[in-house]
Design a protein around this ligand. Structure first.
Ligand SMILES: [Zn+2]
Length: 270
């Protein structure tokens, strides 16, 4: 049961919703069997491909992957030429609580399609290429991490959605990097409004104080380097609230790895 709970990212729910959890697990198994029974298709555009979970050449070419140079702190793209280790004016003006953040892609086109497929359409096949790109973008962060922690959903939203997309990505990254993944350390203690349609200031207020480190798990965080995993970082309000909770509980450093990020000035429609 413990393994089942961890696998599904339901560490905090307990035995109550067991029937729904089992149903969710069966759906996942069914999807996995179908994935391999059907001919391989691109998870973005469904064009036939040579391998399962591989993005086709056209979508690969359109994928807005973030390339060097990036801000050494926030991971935001910097204009060419920029020296190695350069820090963006935004990070200098308002240093974030986290130590370093990296993202694989900008939140556009095929990157956005993958996130929406995983998050809203239960398409776990999207997580395979997403995690592979995250592992590449966050190679240094993964190496230094003592513990990988996904940004949690409130348990009611997780029941409605049946899984936490950040936990799915964290599990994959933990397996690749051979690092422990903790689903039961960081909790979303109150349900927050969905961030869709909120301004940056409203998002910050919405999630302020929403996260805590579980009292009994503080010894797993103290003095450790924690790597927070999220599917997409928009204004950074959710990440900031999570990092604050981790640092309050004694984490030595908190780094952040996401599949995508919204760059300053982009319209937020997540
Ligand atoms: Zn494609």
């Amino acid at each position: 049961m413990g393994a089942l709970l961890r696998f599904s990212g339901f560490g905090e729910i307990g035995a109550g919703p067991l029937a729904r959890l089992t149903l969710s697990r069966l759906r996942f198994v069914g999807r996995t069997v179908l994935d391999f029974a059907l001919p391989p298709r691109c998870p973005v555009c469904f064009a036939p491909t040579d391998a399962h979970h591989a993005v086709c050449g056209i979508c690969w070419g359109r994928m807005p992957l973030i390339a060097e140079p990036v801000c050494a702190v926030t991971g935001a793209p910097l204009p060419l030429p920029s020296p190695n280790g350069a820090i963006s004016p935004a990070a200098l003006a308002k240093p974030p609580r986290y130590r370093r953040a990296r993202a694989a892609a900008l939140y556009h086109g095929p990157a956005r399609t993958l996130i929406q497929g995983l998050k809203y359409a239960d398409r776990h096949d999207c997580a395979v290429p997403m995690a592979a790109w995250m592992a590449r973008a966050g190679c240094g962060l993964l190496k230094e991490a003592d513990l990988i922690v996904p940004v949690p959903l409130h348990w009611r939203r997780q029941l409605a959605r049946r899984f936490n997309q950040s936990a799915v990505l964290a599990d994959r990254l933990g397996r690749v990097a051979e690092k422990p993944v903790a689903h039961d350390v960081l909790l979303r203690k109150r349900a927050t409004r969905q961030q869709v349609g909120l301004t940056a200031a409203q998002r910050s207020t919405n999630v302020s104080g929403a996260f805590i480190v579980k009292q009994s798990a503080k010894n797993r965080v103290e003095g450790r380097t924690v790597l927070l995993i999220d599917d997409v970082v928009t204004t950074g309000a959710t990440i900031d609230a999570c990092v604050k909770a981790m640092l309050r509980s004694g984490a030595a450093h908190v780094d952040v790895l996401s599949f995508a990020r919204v760059v300053q000035g982009e319209e937020i429609t997540i």
